[in-house]
Structures are given as C-alpha cells and as structure tokens.
Write a new protein. Structure first.
Length: 256
C-alpha cells in the first residue's frame, strides 16, 4: 500500500499510527479478517444451496434434485478448488479448513453416511471403495491400462502414462511397464501406519514398533485417538479431532 495512503487508512479505522510498520500490521490483520469473513460467507451460502438440493437416490446415494445456478455451479472448473488451484483466490487457513471438514462430516452423518477413511464416507460397507481399501491395507493389486500402478508382495510398478506409448509397446509384444521399485520392510511399515491410521478400522496396537506404542498414551491424552477403543480392542482409531490432525498422529507414531 502507498506510504501516504497507509496512514490515512489506519487513521480512518481508528488506529493510533506509530509508523508504517505498525500501521501495516494493522492493515494486514484487517485484510485477513475481511478475507476470512468473505470465505465464511461464501462457504455458508454454498453449503445451504447444496444441502437444500440433496435427495436420496437409488441405493441410498445422495444426489442433487435439480441443477444449481450461479457460481460455482454454473460452469465446469469454476468451483472454489479450481479457483484456488489457478491462484484466483487464496487457500483457506487451517482454522477454516477444519470448520469446513467438521461441517461436511456433520452433513454427511445426518444423511446416513459414516466415515471409513479420513476423506471418504459411505452409507454401507458394501458401498465403500474396495479399490482404495486395497491401497490402504498393503494388499496386492494389478493395474491395467495407461499409467496404472500395481503392487504385489512389496514390489510396486507402473505403466507408461501416455495412451499412444502404451498402445505402441503392446502392439510390439512388449511390456508397457515404465518403472518399478522394491519396497523395504521399513517403507512398508511406514506406509501401513500412514494409511492405516486414517481408516475407521484403525491400527492394531500389537503391530506397532516400540516407538509407536510409546506414543499411544500421549495421543489418547491429547484427544487424537479414542481411548476406550484402544483399551478395549487394542486398536488405534482417530477421533474427529484426530482426523483433523492425522499427520501429527502419524509423525508421533513413526517418531519423526
């Protein structure tokens, strides 16, 4: 902001000016509050529009009962995610992201959806994404097609990404594989903790290494892990607060 405009702005807002630095801090705080208010208002209006347009479809799936008008529903790529990705608007701060997550969880729960992974909900276990559950449980899968990834017994590999290149090598009778890696036992353990703690089934206490078991009491004390489940079932399952701070729980379990 211009050095002459800055004091004028602060004086109009009732600030006692003690140089440009102090005034600049005041302006920064006010702008932050303004942006936060605008984001909150926009989020509220979009949530109301979505919630009022939802209905249960076949198989208890949620669907929109009508087309939504106006931004961000009126054209592809105009939603908040795309605006942030393009740099058109700033990303929400951590507090607002937490508010958004808790709101989504509440709305989904009211519609009969239960979380089964930090970012996934379903109305019935049969409707969970079995494909993703293989990823999260260190299971084996074989991917087919351009760019597909596979994992069998600790060996992970992936195919050529471009469809033309993929088709060309197949036509020549060659493997479409583009690369592979052999995971160490340490890497597999770290991935099991990283992905397993995010699931509603949680992690078995007995599967944790000593450093991980040492961290459990602190995670329970900080409200990140459900205490009764840990004591009764010897499993670590994240609380709602823990889901918001899943990365923190992972770092402590892996002693990073």
């Amino acid at each position: 902001m211009h050095r002459f405009v800055l004091p004028f702005f602060c004086q109009r807002e009732g600030a006692e000016v003690h140089g440009d630095a102090a005034c600049g801090t005041k302006v920064t705080v006010r702008l932050h509050r303004f942006v936060r208010t605008q984001l909150d208002s926009r989020l509220d209006s979009q949530l109301v529009a979505l919630a009022s347009s939802l209905e249960r479809g076949p198989g208890d799936r949620l669907r929109l009962d009508r087309a939504l008008d106006g931004p961000p529903f009126d054209r592809p790529g105009s939603g908040w995610y795309w605006q942030i990705r393009r740099g058109d608007v700033p990303a929400p701060d951590d507090d607002l992201q937490a508010d958004m997550y808790e709101t989504a969880d509440t709305l989904l729960a009211a519609a009969g959806y239960s979380w089964y992974e930090v970012s996934n909900w379903a109305t019935d276990p049969a409707l969970r994404c079995r494909h993703n559950e293989l990823y999260w449980s260190d299971a084996n899968w074989w991917g087919i097609g351009p760019g597909a990834h596979s994992h069998v017994g600790g060996v992970r590999w992936w195919n050529r990404k471009h469809p033309a290149a993929y088709a060309s090598v197949l036509a020549e009778g060659n493997s479409p594989g583009a690369g592979r890696e052999l995971l160490t036992e340490t890497q597999r353990y770290e991935e099991r903790v990283l992905l397993g703690i995010r699931r509603d089934a949680g992690l078995a206490l007995d599967d944790l290494e000593p450093a991980g078991r040492t961290a459990v009491a602190g995670l329970i004390g900080d409200g990140l892990v459900d205490g009764p489940t840990a004591l009764r079932d010897r499993r670590l399952v994240l609380t709602l607060r823990g889901r918001l701070l899943a990365d923190t729980a992972v770092r402590r379990l892996l002693d990073f």
